[in-house]
Design a protein around this ligand. Structure first.
Ligand SMILES: *[C@@H]1O[C@H](CO)[C@@H](O)[C@H](O)[C@H]1NC(C)=O
Ligand SMILES: *[C@@H]1O[C@H](CO)[C@@H](O)[C@H](O)[C@H]1NC(C)=O
Ligand SMILES: *[C@@H]1O[C@H](CO)[C@@H](O)[C@H](O)[C@H]1NC(C)=O
Ligand SMILES: [Zn+2]
Length: 580
């Protein structure tokens, strides 16, 4: 065999081979790097989201509308409530006149027995109700609980059915004197401009109270006789935590009917609005409430003349604590215990207007940490949704110091917390105590937390005392998947799809939410698990009602929708089929 020297062709061939090998090494290398990237970065997690199917059978079913027999026979009453001009005007009068009776209450009023004169305004309100709803006063049992709490009982003929409890409160928050000139119409005018009713209480929540009574009165007039007992109960100090009103009403009802004796409670709360994710009208009963605690920390240090001060006075030290507290914000917690997760799921599975990746991420959020972190990221961008999943803390009061030339011996800080549904009050108290101890260590101070000495300082610098005048655990979360819930959802769809909005191109999704604040229902936990803070009427923007501020008002269409809802709901649940 002749030996041949490599020619150009061979050289080219060899070069190509080397190049090919390099290429394949490069390809293998890149694949390897890609795999590493895929598993060490979020790409894998994103891929899981992309692969997530969007149907989840059984998750948040849409319940078909349920229609009362009376509506099928003759729908004219409901149509009159919603569309008849003269019905509207007499209803305007009922609410406007209710607003005109001033039922403001302050935060620290003494009890009814101690200072009867402070509560007498409620006599006027009762007289107004009695004059306005004579049929109710004639037909129903009326009880006065702790003098001004009102309980109306409309006895059903079937004692086997648990009573339903509809609630609202008679009191309103005070109007601040220095805001009086800012009101378009005086706060107790009940002025109606053809669209809105103005005044304190017009939307928080004499509207709910009057709508409940109007619906009952109308049902009596139309000859309805309930099988299921209907109770309407109205506290008179909800805005001051309900200790005199709802607390006593809760005890009274428990004594009369027993623990867990109530079918469902509907109290003031959210209703129907445009959901920002889907752009659709969504109904959202609140099935939970965040917890609450005010913590007071008081610091006492030796006094003295300001010409020879210590490096840090009590005011300086408590400021340091305040700074430290604000630097240490609570983080978001988002678990299945928070109704907000179900809210998002309900929209994800039932609306086709949600962007597909958002939908998939929501559906994975229940079990996939990464998907959940993406949802949390977007929820925390908006302060309103942020505080549905995070404990809030606000330093609201600071008091201390007397004189420019005397060292402050005593200073007090009050910090308000709204506690996430997953967290208990005691955890907040313990965490707060730890922060105080940190500061105490730097200044040789003692710390007494809830009556116990938890840190010993140098014995001469002073003492922190931590206490809490108010604390409430987050409310037990009410079911949003049982028959009681189904009847709320189905009645909502009936009223709002059949009558209020007749041209909707999609079904109304009813999805639970959590409230960052508390209602009178805090005193009713033992009466039933099925507590819904829900006032079903449509409002494009709830801020538009200026609750608790200047120009509180109510778009009157909403009042009529609420009345129509109660009218239909009471009939729909008047059967054992509505029981769990
Ligand atoms: C409803 O949900 C709760 C909690 O998620 C669950 O324990 C219960 O089994 C569900 N009930 C029904 C009837 O699906
Ligand atoms: C009300 O009843 C009338 C007569 O039966 C019917 O024509 C109409 O469509 C009904 N309206 C609604 C909103 O159901
Ligand atoms: C339904 O009708 C109302 C007026 O009655 C209108 O404002 C609204 O845009 C309509 N909605 C749809 C989806 O067509
Ligand atoms: Zn209220």
């Amino acid at each position: 065999m002749a030996i041949r020297l490599p020619d150009e062709e061979d050289v080219a061939y060899a070069k190509k081979q080397i190049l090919d090998r390099k290429k394949s090494v490069a390809v293998v290398g890149s694949i390897f790097i890609l795999i590493v990237i895929f598993f060490t970065t979020d790409l894998y997690n994103y891929a899981l989201i992309i692969a997530q199917p969007t149907n989840k059978p059984g998750l948040c079913p849409l319940y078909d509308p349920i229609v009362p027999k009376s509506f099928i026979k003759d729908n004219s009453t409901v149509l009159t409530i919603l569309n008849d001009e003269s019905f509207r005007l007499q209803s305007v009068q009922k609410l406007a006149n209710a607003v005109q009776v001033d039922t403001q209450i302050g935060d620290d009023q003494p009890d009814v027995d101690e200072a009867p004169e402070l509560w007498e305004q409620f006599k006027g309100f009762h007289a107004y109700l009695e004059k306005t709803f004579p049929t109710i006063y004639a037909e129903l049992e009326v009880e006065y609980v702790n003098t001004y709490g009102l309980v109306f009982t409309w006895k059903g003929i079937n004692t086997g059915l648990k009573p339903v409890l509809l609630t609202a409160h008679q009191d309103v928050v005070p109007v601040q004197k220095d805001t009086l000139d800012h009101w378009t119409y005086p706060p107790f005018s009940g002025h109606y401009d053809g669209k809105f009713i103005y005044g304190r209480g017009s939307s928080d929540c004499k509207n709910v109270l009057i709508a409940i009574l109007e619906s009952i009165e109308l049902l009596i007039e139309k000859g309805f006789t309930p099988s299921r007992t209907v109770i309407a109960a109205f506290g008179f100090d909800e805005e001051a935590s309900g200790r005199r009103g709802a607390y006593h009403i809760g005890k009274h009802l428990e004594k009369k009917f027993g623990k867990d004796s109530i079918y469902a409670i509907l109290d003031e709360g959210p209703g129907l609005t445009l959901d920002p994710i889907s752009g659709q009208i969504i109904a959202s009963p609140a099935t939970g409430e965040k917890g609450y605690t005010d913590i007071i920390v008081e610091l006492t240090t030796p006094g003295g003349h300001s010409s020879v001060p210590p490096d840090h006075t009590s005011i300086g030290i408590i400021s340091e604590l305040g700074y430290f507290i604000e630097k240490d914000q609570y983080g978001p917690i988002f678990s299945a215990k928070n109704p907000l997760l179900q809210y998002l799921q309900c929209i994800a599975v039932n609306s086709d207007k949600v962007p597909i990746l958002t939908k998939k991420a929501i559906l994975r959020a229940a079990f996939d940490k990464f998907a959940r972190s993406k949802i949390v990221e977007s929820l925390t961008k908006n302060p309103i949704t942020k505080y549905l999943i995070q404990t809030s803390q606000a330093i609201d009061i600071i008091k201390g110091g007397e004189k420019a030339n005397a060292l402050p011996e005593n200073v007090k800080l009050t910090v308000n917390h709204r506690i996430s549904v997953e967290t208990r009050v005691v955890e907040i108290h313990e965490h707060f105590t730890k922060r105080v101890i940190e500061v105490a260590k730097r200044h040789g101070l003692d710390v007494v937390s809830f009556g116990k000495t938890v840190f010993k300082g140098d014995g001469k610098s002073g003492t922190f005392i931590i206490s809490s005048p108010q604390a409430l655990e987050s409310a037990p979360v009410s079911p949003a998947n049982d028959t009681v819930w189904k009847y709320i959802a189905a009645s909502t769809r009936h009223v709002f799809e059949d009558v209020v909005f007749t041209n909707l191109t999609y079904p109304i999704i009813v999805a639970p939410v959590v409230m960052p604040a508390n209602t009178d229902t805090r005193h009713y936990w033992d009466l039933t698990r099925n507590i819904y803070r829900y006032s079903p009427f449509f409002a494009t923007d709830f801020k538009d009602s200026h609750i608790h501020s200047v120009d509180e008002r109510l778009e009157f269409d909403g009042h009529l929708q609420l009345l129509a809802f109660f009218y239909e709901y009471i009939q729909n649940i008047d059967t054992s089929k509505a029981d769990n």
